[in-house]
Design a protein around this ligand. Structure first.
Ligand SMILES: Cc1cc2nc3c(=O)[nH]c(=O)nc-3n(C[C@H](O)[C@H](O)[C@H](O)COP(=O)(O)OP(=O)(O)OC[C@H]3O[C@@H](n4cnc5c(N)ncnc54)[C@H](O)[C@@H]3O)c2cc1C
Length: 664
C-alpha cells in the first residue's frame, strides 16, 4: 500500500506554521453541525475532547473507566518535556527535536517530531494556566530536571505525580465542556468495534460495562486515544486495564499497525518477586538524576548479598561497579532507557544481579544525600557539620524531590531507600508502535484519527523519558484541533450519520457473536492464566533481546496458545451484567493476535535499533547495530491471519544526520 505521510513541504522550522495558516477551516456555524467521537479520556483523549468541544464541535467522549480521571495517564510520575530553556543550559526546539530523533534511534518521522518539539513550549503555558502545580524554584520560575538521553534540564514536573496533575488539568477543561454541553461523556462504556461506512469511519459499537447492553454511536469522524498495549506482556508497569482492543478493532477494519515490535523496557522498576505477580511498579526515571546505579565488582560479594551475610552498604566504594558511569561516561546514569536496560541485563547475565532471582541492580542515593546535605549546611551557615547533620539535611532535600516515590518503594519492598540502595530491574513500560498515522494524525482509514500512545508517531524505536505526556498533550491540545479540519471541512454538507445502516447492523452482530462465543466455550483455563502464558512467550522471545530462531519459535507457540484460548478459556457469568472477566477475555483475545504481529515485525526487522535488540545485530562492544540502508522505514502492517502484509514508509533524514548513537 502506498503510504502518504502528508508532511508539508518547506523548511522544517516553517512546516507547521505554514500548514496551520493554510489548512482548511470549518466555520463556527458548521462546527455545531459536525459530530466527533473521541474514544479515551487519558491525557490525549481528554485534551482532544476538551479542545474540540471548545472549538464548537459536538463531541462524544468514551472511557471504560468509572471516571475520565482514572485513565492510565494518572500513573505518570516523572515529568513532561518542553524546550523552554528555563535552565539556560542551551536548550532549544531544535535540540529537543534532535534528541528525540536520535533517542528514537532514527526511526521516527522528522516533520512530526519537529512539530511536537515546537508546540511543547505552548503545552507548559496551557497547563500552568489550568493551574497544574509544577514544581517551582525559589525565584518562582518553573523548576526543571533531567531525564535520560539528554544533556539539558527540560523536564517539568509536579513531584512524582506529574501525570495525575496534568490529567486533573485536562479533566477540568473537559468538565467545563461537559457542563457547557459541547461534550457528552460516557463513562464505563467500552468501544467494541469501529464502523466504516463508504470507506470512512462513521461510528462505534460500544458495550455498557455495567448493564452489558450494546449501543451504537455515530459521528462524522472517530478519534482513538486509547493508550498503549504494553500489557500484551502481562507483567508491565502499565495500569491493569490498558489494552489494545480499540486499536486492534481498527486494524481488523483495515487500519495499519506501525512498528508493533518497538516496545520500551524501562530500567527503573521494582524487580519481579514471584510467579503469581500481575503488576510491576515503576520507580520514576527522574531518580536517575540523583541515584547512581551499581552492582558489586566481585561475584563473592554478590553471593554474600544474596545469602544475606552482607548488605549493600557493606560493599566499599572500591568494590562497586558503577557500570553506567564506566561504560557511558558522557551520559552516565542518564543514558536512555534502552541503553540502561540492556546494560542492567548484561551485568545480571554476568551473574552480578543482587537479589535472590539474580535480576536486580542497585540505585543508590548515598552520594546525593551527602552532596545535598553539605550544600544545605553551607546555605544555612552550619560550619563543620557532623555526619548526622549532613545526612538529615541531605535526606530532606531528597524527600522534597522524590518523597512519594521513596514511600512507595518502602511500602512495596519493605526497605528504607534513604538508608539502603533501592533494587531495580528493567520491565515493559511503553509501546512506541501503534496505529500508523500521517501528519494529520489520521490513519489510512479516512476519518479515523489516532492520538497519544495509541499511534506510532514521534518516538521511533525508543522513547525518551517525559516525552509521552508531551506527545499526548501536543496531539490533543495543539495538533488535532487543526488537522481534523482537513477532513471535516469536506463534511459540512454530510448530515448526521444514521446508526440504522447495514454497516452498524453488521458490526453490532459481530460483537454479539463474539461475546456469545466467548461465553459458550466454558473451558478449563482462566483468562488470567492464558494471558500469563502469552506474556511469558513475549518476554522470553520478544523482550529485551530477540533472535531469529527465538522469534520463529515464539510465533508457533503463540498460534498454539491462541487455539488453546478459543477452546479452553473459561468466562463465567453472562453478557447482560457487570462482568469484568468477560471484558478481560475480549481484550486478551486481541493480545493473542497482536502478539503474533509484534513477532512478525521483529522477525522482519533484521537490525537492532532502540528497544528492538536483535542479538545477531550488535557491534563489537555489544551496542545496537542499525541497518539504515535496508530498514530506515516505518513498518506498517495489515492483519491477515495466514500472512501479514507489510507496507513501508521510507524515512528521510534531512535535518538530523544518521549516525550511530553514542552516549559514551
Ligand atoms: C508507571 C508509568 C509512569 C509513566 N511516567 C511518565 C512520565 O513521567 N512522563 C511521560 O512523559 N510519560 C510517562 N509514562 C507514559 C505515559 O503515562 C503514557 O504514555 C500516557 O499517559 C498515555 O496517555 P494516553 O492518553 O495516550 O492513554 P491513556 O492514559 O492510557 O488513556 C487511554 C484511555 O482510553 C480509554 N480506552 C482504552 N480502550 C478503550 C475502549 N476500547 N473503549 C473505551 N475507552 C477505552 C481508557 O479508558 C483511557 O481513558 C508513564 C507510564 C507508566 C506506565
Amino acid at each position: 500500500m502506498e503510504l502518504n505521510s502528508k508532511v508539508p513541504p518547506g523548511p522544517i522550522a516553517e512546516k507547521w506554521t505554514n500548514y496551520r495558516s493554510k489548512v482548511p477551516l470549518v466555520a463556527p456555524q458548521n462546527k455545531r453541525k459536525l459530530d466527533v467521537i473521541v474514544v479515551g479520556s487519558g491525557l490525549a483523549g481528554a485534551s482532544a475532547a476538551a479542545s474540540l468541544g471548545e472549538l464548537g464541535y459536538n463531541v462524544q467522549c468514551f472511557t471504560f473507566h468509572d471516571s475520565p480521571r482514572r485513565a492510565h495517564s494518572i500513573a505518570a510520575q516523572g515529568g513532561i518535556n518542553a524546550a523552554k530553556n528555563y535552565a539556560n543550559d542551551g536548550d532549544s526546539v531544535f535540540r529537543l527535536f534532535y534528541d528525540t530523533v536520535k533517542g528514537g534511534d532514527y526511526r521516527a518521522r522528522e516533520g512530526n517530531v519537529y512539530r511536537m518539539a515546537e508546540v511543547s513550549v505552548d503545552i507548559i503555558d496551557q497547563c500552568v494556566a489550568q493551574g497544574v502545580p509544577f514544581a517551582r524554584e525559589y525565584g518562582g520560575l518553573l523548576e526543571n530536571r533531567s531525564f535520560g538521553g539528554v544533556q539539558v534540564s527540560r523536564t517539568f514536573y509536579a513531584r512524582g505525580q506529574t501525570g495525575q496533575q496534568l490529567l486533573i488539568g485536562a479533566y477540568s477543561a473537559l468538565s467545563r465542556q461537559i457542563s457547557l454541553g459541547t461534550v457528552k461523556m460516557y463513562n464505563r462504556h467500552e468501544m467494541m468495534d469501529v464502523v466504516i461506512v463508504d470507506g470512512k469511519a462513521r461510528g462505534i459499537i460500544v458495550r455498557n460495562l455495567v448493564t452489558g447492553q450494546l449501543e451504537r454511536y455515530s459521528a462524522h469522524c472517530v478519534v482513538l486515544a486509547t493508550g498503549g498495549y504494553g500489557n500484551v506482556y502481562y507483567l508491565s508497569t502499565n495500569a491493569m486495564g490498558c489494552n489494545v482492543s480499540a486499536a486492534w478493532k481498527a486494524v481488523k477494519k483495515g487500519a495499519l499497525m506501525a512498528n508493533p515490535c518497538f516496545t520500551q523496557i524501562h530500567p527503573t522498576c521494582i524487580p519481579v518477586s514471584g510467579e503469581y505477580q500481575s503488576k510491576l511498579t515503576l520507580m520514576s526515571e527522574s531518580l536517575r538524576n540523583d541515584g547512581r546505579v551499581w552492582v558489586p565488582k566481585n561475584v563473592d560479594d554478590v553471593m554474600a548479598i544474596r545469602n544475606r551475610t552482607k548488605k549493600a552498604t557493606d560493599i566499599p566504594e572500591s568494590d562497586r561497579d558503577y557500570y553506567l558511569e564506566r561504560m557511558y561516561p558522557a551520559f552516565a546514569n542518564l543514558v536512555p532507557r534502552d541503553v540502561a536496560s540492556r546494560a542492567a541485563k548484561k551485568v545480571c547475565d554476568e551473574g552480578r544481579g543482587v537479589n535472590a532471582t539474580g535480576l536486580a541492580v542497585y540505585l543508590d542515593f548515598d552520594a546525593a544525600i551527602d552532596r545535598y546535605g553539605k550544600s544545605q549546611a553551607n546555605t544555612k551557615g552550619i560550619h563543620n557539620p557532623n555526619a548526622a547533620t549532613i545526612r538529615s539535611l541531605g535526606e530532606a532535600v531528597i524527600s522534597e524531590k522524590y518523597g512519594n516515590l521513596f514511600e512507595m518503594y518502602e511500602k512495596i519492598v519493605g526497605d528504607d531507600p534513604y538508608k539502603t540502595p533501592m533494587m531495580i530491574y528493567p520491565a515493559i513500560h511503553y509501546t512506541m508502535g501503534g496505529l500508523w498515522v500521517d501528519y494529520n494524525l489520521e490513519t489510512n482509514l479516512p476519518g479515523l484519527f489516532a492520538l497519544g500512545e495509541c499511534n506510532f508517531s514521534d518516538h521511533g524505536a525508543n522513547r525518551l523519558g517525559a516525552s509521552a505526556l508531551m506527545q499526548g498533550l501536543a496531539d490533543g491540545y495543539f495538533i488535532l484541533p487543526y488537522t481534523i479540519g482537513a477532513f471535516l471541512s469536506n463534511e459540512i454538507r454530510t448530515p448526521s450519520i444514521k446508526t440504522t445502516s447495514p454497516e452498524f447492523d453488521q458490526a453490532e452482530n459481530d460483537v454479539k457473536d463474539r461475546i456469545q462465543h466467548l461465553l459458550t466455550i466454558q473451558g478449563s483455563q482462566s483468562v488470567e492464566s492464558l494471558h500469563r502464558q502469552l506474556g511469558k512467550i513475549m518476554w522470553d522471545y520478544c523482550g529485551m533481546a530477540r533472535t531469529k530462531e527465538g522469534l520463529m519459535y515464539a510465533r508457533q507457540e503463540i498460534r498454539k496458545l491462541r487455539d488453546t484460548f478459543w477452546k479452553e478459556v473459561y468466562v463465567p457469568g453472562t453478557a447482560d451484567e457487570f462482568n469484568p472477566e468477560l471484558d478481560k477475555a475480549n481484550r486478551v483475545a486481541d493480545f493473542m493476535e497482536l502478539g503474533e504481529m509484534m513477532i512478525v515485525d521483529a522477525l522482519n526487522r533484521n537490525e537492532s535499533c532502540g528497544g528492538h535488540f536483535r542479538e545477531e545485530y550488535q557491534d563489537a562492544e555489544g551496542e545496537a547495530l542499525r541497518q539504515d540502508e535496508e530498514f530506515a522505514y516505518a513498518a506498517a502492517w495489515e492483519w491477515n491471519d495466514s500472512d501479514m502484509i507489510l507496507s513501508k514508509e521510507p524515512l528521510k533524514f534531512e535535518y538530523v544526520e544518521l549516525k550511530s548513537r553514542s552516549y559514551k
